[in-house]
Design a protein around this ligand. Structure first.
Ligand code: C2E
Ligand code: CA
Ligand code: CA
Length: 765
């Protein structure tokens, strides 16, 4: 997978490299090369063109010069009296003519043919290639020479030819002829015997007035110089023109260049062909290999450069990727660290630091107009689960509770775990207090539902304290403190419920701190604390059948304190266990002193959660020498509602040990007897709130009737507390209550006063 990714990265990188570097560089290199080569090529062919043009001009000039030279060379003998006179002789001396005209012109001026015509245009002398020929041989040249003869005689009037000097015709502006002003000649290019040639026909005239002229009847000198022989060889020597030749056909080799030979009288005579000097091509062909080699070297260098740049870039890309990966990793670690710093490892919930920050933010939010609240949740009986199921079970329970709590909040709310079995919850933006209370109650209900842990059902509860905040009047610590107080109040008032903070709680909290300290001290010194006993009468209220042990604290400063003022503190601080033992010991002593009476002892729900309660009670009772059957243990509904296997086991063990169990304060909790069937109790004590309402509220009597009937139906003894009036006593007696207890009979008294009390009650009865 990782390998695949790097492969893909490599491919992507290569494609990018090719697109970003290789293609542009190669394009530029190729473009430059093409440009350089075409520029070189252009320059070369330009140079070649210039060179060819120059040579072409030279060739044309040479041909013109040849024509002019031909005429000039003729003029040397044509305007010469001795020749005119010699030719006028009936038998001229042709040897003399050879020496002075024919051979001279042939050798010195390289004429190929020289012919002398008489006045009738008949050949009288022919010199060809330095050898005199018979005059008849002129016939071969006659046709080619005829137009020039006609012109030289002045018989034709054609367009002016720059090489001619003809009678009655001025020299043209382009004339090149440099013959004597007296010479008359027609000079032109033509084809002689199928060969291109320069041809000139000049009148032979005397150079002195001593010899009479013969106008129109002068002999003519016809001179021919072939262009394809000596002429071209001379040209080659003079102008360094290579491979020159003259041909009739227009077929050229690629390396050759040709100039058309045109006579001024019209007509294509053939071509002067040569291999023009091409310096550009020479430079090109000499440079091309080295340029090619240079280019190859350049490309190779470029390739090497590209390769090393690519390598560098790939290295860079790799390190960039590594850097990016490292960055991502760092971010992940940072996020993880941040998460760890702000979250609870076990539940994944935000932790204390997190919710502190959230609450701080919320407190400083000036726009928060709607109600919001901080909830502190403490689990009831969590320690018990931890003790019995171990840490794994405890952890699992915390996780399950977290999930349930989280399932009950709105988006924007926060559930945080503060540690142990404590949670803090921010409920944001609520309509009113009952909105908040509804959520709190839902949480209490949710936690009350059984949890399946390690194969067993576990029942716990939650005590929730609520601190509401609507304005910025309070800060976070203050809110947390308020929620904390409310939560302890919820715990103190029977657990498994919520309480909303109110200012009066605050006061009680302050005193509570002091009381806790003092209670510890009192317990340690075994002073200030003592137990009073309230008589329990039979159903008629005439006979004492039992006593209830009620704890008292003679506080040095606060005076005599009722158990309601310090039992909750003892429960919260764990002092209740020791306190319970203290009361039980005292009760056992009283039981032994009054063997005919039962002695009732109140057990706090908290005592069921600490250690082995049944064993402790049995040990104390046994130690004191009292009979368990004489001891009645009063528990509250909340203990039974725990529906806990441990509670059930403790109660069962105590009953089987001979202790009787009484359900205290009946009716204040769930007003339901359904759970009674699950627990083995011996007695129910109707709470004094029902008794006190007798005569005031109609349904109180109805409830008492119903409870008594139900209790009896279940085989339970039914007791009524708080009997203060005779009417109450009468009603309860009539309702069938088995026992009566209240100030009507007696308050709780020190044991020392009990004997006197017995006498008084017996007397009163
Ligand atoms: P409780 O168990 O319901 O005890 C009866 C309470 O009602 C006692 O208050 C008693 O003084 C009061 N009382 C009795 N007859 C009347 C009456 O006719 N009218 C009125 N108004 N009150 C009457 P006390 O002693 O202040 O005890 C309060 C509670 O403290 C008890 O309620 C019990 O729950 C708890 N308590 C007392 N002693 C102990 C103890 O040793 N251990 C534990 N765990 N709890 C104790
Ligand atoms: Ca009681
Ligand atoms: Ca009671």
């Amino acid at each position: 997978m990782l390998h695949g990714r790097t492969e893909r990265n490599k491919r992507v990188f290569n494609v990018r490299l090719i697109a970003a570097l290789v293609i542009p560089v190669l394009t530029v290199a190729l473009g430059l090369t093409i440009f350089a080569f075409s520029a070189l090529r252009g320059t070369a062919s330009q140079a070649d063109r210039v060179s060819v043009n120059r040579q072409e001009q030279e060739v044309k000039l040479a041909i013109n010069d040849a024509l002019d030279e031909l005429a000039q060379s003729q003029a040397g003998v044509a305007i010469w009296s001795p020749l005119v006179l010699e030719l006028r002789k009936p038998h001229p001396n042709w040897g003399w003519v050879d020496d002075n005209v024919g051979v001279w012109l042939n050798y010195v001026f390289a004429h190929d043919v020289d012919i002398i015509l008489n006045a009738d245009d008949k050949a009288v002398y022919v010199m060809r290639d330095g050898v005199r020929a018979t005059p008849v041989s002129f016939a071969a040249y006659a046709r080619a020479a005829q137009p020039l003869i006609e012109a030289a005689r002045g018989r034709t009037h054609e367009a002016p030819n720059p090489h001619e000097r003809l009678p009655g015709r001025a020299l043209s502006a382009t004339s090149t002829v440099r013959t004597s002003t007296r010479s008359i000649h027609a000079t032109d290019l033509g084809v002689v015997m199928g060969r291109p040639a320069a041809m000139s026909v000049m009148r032979l005239i005397p150079d002195t007035s001593k010899v009479a002229a013969a106008p129109g009847r002068e002999p003519l000198l016809v001179s021919i110089r072939y262009l394809d022989a000596g002429f071209t060889q001379n040209l080659v020597k003079l102008q360094s023109i290579t491979g020159a030749r003259v041909q009739r056909s227009h077929q050229l080799k690629p390396s050759e260049h040709g100039v058309t030979l045109v006579s001024s009288r019209g007509g294509n005579l053939g071509f002067f062909v040569w291999r023009p000097d091409r310096p550009g091509r020479a430079v090109w062909s000499s440079m091309a290999p080295s340029a090619g080699a240079a280019l190859v070297a350049l490309l190779a260098a470029l390739g090497v450069l590209l390769f090393s740049v690519a390598k560098l870039m790939r290295k860079d890309a790799v390190s960039l990727r590594q850097l990016a990966a490292a960055h991502v990793e760092l971010q992940a670690k940072e996020a993880q660290a941040h998460h760890l710093a702000y979250h609870d490892v076990l539940t994944g919930l935000p932790n204390r630091a997190h919710i502190n920050a959230v609450i701080d933010h919320k407190v400083s939010d000036a726009h928060a107009e709607r109600l919001w609240a901080v909830l502190l949740v403490d689990l009831d009986r969590f320690k018990q689960v931890n003790d019995t199921l171990g840490h794994a079970g405890g952890d699992q329970l915390i996780q399950l509770v977290s999930a349930r709590l989280r399932g009950l909040i709105n988006p924007g709310d926060v559930v945080a775990r503060l540690g142990g079995d404590e949670f803090a919850i921010l409920l944001d933006d609520r309509l009113n207090l009952s909105d908040i209370e509804e959520t709190a109650q839902a949480m209490v209900d949710a936690v009350r539902e059984p949890f399946a842990i390690l194969g067993t059902s576990v029942f716990i509860g939650a005590s929730i304290g609520i601190a509401c905040a609507q304005s910025c009047r309070s800060d976070r610590t203050e809110l947390m403190r308020m929620a904390d107080i409310a939560m302890y109040r919820a715990k103190a008032e029977g657990r498994d419920g919520y309480r909303v903070f109110s200012t009066d709680m605050d006061e009680s909290v302050k005193t509570r701190r002091g009381l806790e300290y003092d209670l510890r001290d009192a317990l340690a010194r075994k002073q200030e604390l003592f137990v009073n006993y309230q008589p329990q009468m039979d159903g008629t209220g005439t006979q004492i059948i039992g006593l209830e042990a009620l704890l008292r604290w003679q506080h040095p400063v606060r005076g005599l304190l009722s158990p309601d003022a310090f039992i909750p503190i003892a429960e919260e601080t764990g002092l209740i266990r020791e306190l319970g033992h203290f009361v039980l010991r005292d009760a056992c002593d009283v039981a032994r002193a009054w063997p005919s009476l039962s002695v009732a002892v109140n057990l706090s729900p908290v005592q069921f959660r600490s250690g082995d309660l049944a064993a402790e009670i049995r040990a104390i009772v046994q130690e004191s020498g009292a009979r368990p059957a004489q001891i009645e243990l009063e528990v509250t509904e909340s203990v039974l509602l725990d529906n806990d296997a441990v509670v059930r086991a403790v109660l069962a063990e105590l009953r089987s040990a001979g202790f009787r169990i009484a359900l205290d304060d009946f009716g204040t909790g769930y007003s339901s007897l359904s759970y009674l069937s699950k627990f083995q109790v011996d007695k129910i004590k109707i709470d004094r709130s029902f008794t006190s309402r007798l005569g005031e509220v109609d349904d109180a009597a109805a409830i008492i009737h119903a409870v008594v009937r139900l209790g009896h139906a279940m085989g339970l003894s039914v007791s009524a507390e708080g009997v203060e009036t005779r009417e109450q006593r009468a009603f309860l007696e009539g309702a069938g209550c088995n026992e009566l207890q209240g100030f009507l009979f007696a308050e709780a008294l020190p044991p020392a006063s009990l004997a006197q009390l017995m006498k008084r009650l017996r007397y009163a009865a």
